[in-house]
Write a protein that binds this ligand. Sequence first.
Ligand SMILES: N[C@@H](CCC(=O)N[C@@H](CS)C(=O)NCC(=O)O)C(=O)O
Length: 207
Amino acid sequence: MTMKLHYSPASPFVRKVWLAVEELGLQDRVERVPTNPMKRDDMADSPNPLRKVPCLIAEDGQVLYDSPVIIEYLDSEHGGNRLIPRSGPERWKALRLQALADGMMDAAVLAMIERMRKPERQSAGWIAHNRSVVERGLASLDAEAGALKEEATVGTLTVAVALELLAIHLPDLDWRAEHAALADWFDAFTRRPSLIATRLVTPGEVA
Ligand SMILES: N[C@@H](CCC(=O)N[C@@H](CS)C(=O)NCC(=O)O)C(=O)O
């Protein structure tokens, strides 16, 4: 029996999970169920009470969310603990990087949603606040870019997705100009086959 993943190619949190699936070689064991989180009909029967993607139905029928929990499940139950080191400083680094990059994505999504409102209804202060969250995250990542490895962990995969997302949600933020070390890491890391196999699409590209 396969697992089922409620999937949208425009969701960065789904992308994290799918990269984990690719890295762990589980593609044949996870069926993607197309789900557009922006469509009320798609979400009406969501097994996730939060009505968000990603959501995983495991082989035994248990429903798992959100992306950190799903990745931990796949890694520990099906992946041989390759993406989340079992113990020691590398474990905490991977989990901290995931938290940092998740927070940057949350802020980038909030800024994008605010900019979708009519101009007269937008809050410039809210957009600036979320943008500054992303900027502080970038500065922190740039400072440790030399110690960011090219191996895939839940941390490095999430950082890569967050940087991909910036091009879509905050296109005027030229993060590469001020964060050359981070850009070098990103360019090397994104040569991994898992990142080449799929890409994050813009919300407008989703039917
Ligand atoms: N913390 C969650 C975030 C998931 C999330 O925000 N998903 C968005 C799509 S990118 C969603 O489904 N939004 C629908 C809604 O909020 O109604 C995770 O890591 O999985």
